[in-house]
Design a protein around this ligand. Structure first.
Ligand SMILES: Nc1ncnc2c1ncn2[C@@H]1O[C@H](COP(=O)(O)OP(=O)(O)OP(=O)(O)O)[C@@H](O)[C@H]1O
Ligand SMILES: [Mg+2]
Length: 491
């Protein structure tokens, strides 16, 4: 019977044979003789140092060379420089530092990725010049899970932070963030079109507090435009709207003015002293322009009476750590969703003016309504104010190919300094991301095939990274949108 020892003896004899000798592996060194670099810097006997090796062994025999075998004995493994980086840990240090909150794990180096747009914006020197974030990806790729964890739940652990969400996705009759909001002890602010929900007043004085009468006029202009399916107002209509708003604000109502107060004034614009010197035709044109805006807004009020007609409901407040504007029950088509997002955005700017103690992350689920339509002008016009008030906007959307080039929406996308791209299975969408966000050319292909929960991440001047979003068990239950959830089982 042979013992293991016998085997090793016979093997070493085998390697001593004349031909095999040339292919013998390096002699094994007993463990006690082995050792790394000692304190003095010299190497132990087992340390293999590259400068002591003879280099690549070549087939030098003439016969083999003639048959095309004049090449290294061992063929190297094909690799790209990027793959080879993993072999040199000195070069592949973690792509981010540890500030902010953990966002996931770098797939290549397996180190954690940490980032928080507000922390990065406030750091010295600034790591990002804008705290805004774009989260993009196919349906069901993991965008909302990412947003809930990395921009809502985890940053709320930090001091002086608050979250506001425009929650669009319906889950069992309410928004998908409802259970998260309740976890913090608050109720979502529900919007419905049947008159049972909350009202947002387009003329709320809070809006003028944030952006002045100019901001209020701009909002009214954009809401009219949204109501007309993105058809812009001409200069006559803009003038008529401005005049009607001026008149409404100057009138005594004995209460806060509401949209219904503007409508009669739109038909009386020409009575204004400012227009008395106009020619009859010009006055006629202005009158018609006023009526055209009046009829658009009339239609909007008719359709969404409970939503827009009246003073802002008392429930609309930002007193909690997390506030949700639950717009999940509003119809997908039509102006309701973008109109509520636009009014809510402007209302918030006014509300935050009087309270600057926290940094506020505002999440726009279905952010396309803000970026892809006329409301992008509001965001663009108020960008500076918004940064000054400590707001970080997070726009979650499916794709960017529909956003017109040179539009304000495109400018917002290019200005955002934190970019998260989940799977985009259509090659044209993936290519759009690669080109718009300046990713490496081969990343377009990677974006097409990313698994659920995987994303390409870029912020500030840091290189793009393929990241896996890792959720705790609690977060996994919280973000699982595949099945109905009961609050009781989660918390
Ligand atoms: N980090 C993750 N790891 C593994 N699976 C994930 C991860 N995040 C999300 N998923 C899976 O993907 C599903 C959809 O996630 P999520 O609702 O976040 O996608 P979405 O991109 O927001 O979809 P939609 O476009 O419909 O809003 C989840 O229910 C979960 O099963
Ligand atoms: Mg989602």
């Amino acid at each position: 019977m042979t013992t293991p020892n016998d085997t090793s003896v016979s093997r070493s004899r085998l390697w001593a044979l004349p031909v095999l000798r040339r292919f013998a592996p390096p002699a094994e060194i007993p463990a006690d003789e082995a050792g790394g670099i000692d304190t003095a810097g010299s190497h132990g006997a087992a340390e293999i140092v590259p400068w002591a090796l003879p280099g690549t062994a070549l087939r030098t025999q003439a016969a083999a060379a003639r048959r095309g075998f004049y090449a290294p004995v061992l063929a190297g493994a094909p690799t790209t420089t990027r793959q080879a980086e993993i072999l040199n840990t000195a070069l592949i240090g973690p792509p981010t530092g540890t500030r902010g909150v953990v966002n996931g794990r770098d797939v290549l180096s397996r180190t954690t990725i940490s980032h928080d747009p507000v922390t990065a914006y406030n750091s010295e020197p600034r790591e990002v010049s804008s705290p805004n974030v774009i989260v993009m990806g196919d349906v069901g790729a993991g965008k909302s899970s990412h947003t809930k964890c990395n921009y809502v739940v985890r940053p709320l652990l930090l001091q002086g932070r608050r979250g506001v969400v425009f929650d669009k996705k319906d889950q069992n009759g309410e928004g998908e963030y409802s259970n998260v909001v309740r976890h913090y002890g608050f109720e979502p602010i529900r919007f419905t079109t049947d008159g049972t929900g909350t009202t947002l007043n387009l003329l709320d004085p809070m809006i003028a507090r944030g952006t002045g009468v100019k901001g209020q006029t701009r909002l009214l202009n954009i809401v009219t435009r949204i109501a007309r399916g993105d058809q812009p107002l001409n200069e006559w209509e803009e003038e008529a709207l401005r005049a009607a708003l001026r008149r409404t604000v100057g009138q005594a109502h004995g209460r806060v003015p509401v949209l219904a107060d503007v409508l009669p004034n739109l038909g009386l614009v020409v009575d204004d002293d400012d227009y008395r010197t106009l020619s009859v035709t010009a006055r006629d044109d202005l009158h018609k322009a006023g009526l055209s805006v009046k009829w658009t807004l009339n239609g909007l009020l008719d359709e969404y009476a409970g939503l827009l007609d009246g003073e802002t409901s008392a429930a609309v407040d930002l007193s909690g750590k997390l506030t949700s504007f639950d717009i999940s029950q509003l119809p997908d088509d039509g102006p309701a969703v973008p109109v509520i997002m636009a009014i809510g955005n402007m209302w918030m700017l006014g509300r935050l003016r009087s309270e600057r103690t926290s940094a506020t992350t505002v999440v726009y689920e279905e952010g396309w309504h803000m970026i892809g339509g006329p409301s992008a002008q509001l965001i663009k016009a108020n960008q500076k104010l918004s940064r000054g008030l400590g707001i970080s906007n997070v726009f979650v959307m499916h794709k960017g190919t529909d956003i017109p080039k040179d539009s304000p929406g495109m400018a917002i996308i290019q200005e955002a300094q934190t970019v998260v791209v989940y799977r985009q299975s259509r090659p044209e969408d993936a290519l759009w991301c690669q080109q718009t966000f300046g990713f490496a050319p081969e990343t377009a292909r990677t974006i097409e095939t990313l698994a659920d929960g995987h994303y390409i991440f870029k912020f500030g001047s840091h290189p793009e990274t393929h990241v896996e979003h890792i959720r705790s068990e609690w977060e996994r239950q919280l973000t699982n949108t595949d099945e109905g959830l009961s609050v009781g089982t989660i918390f």
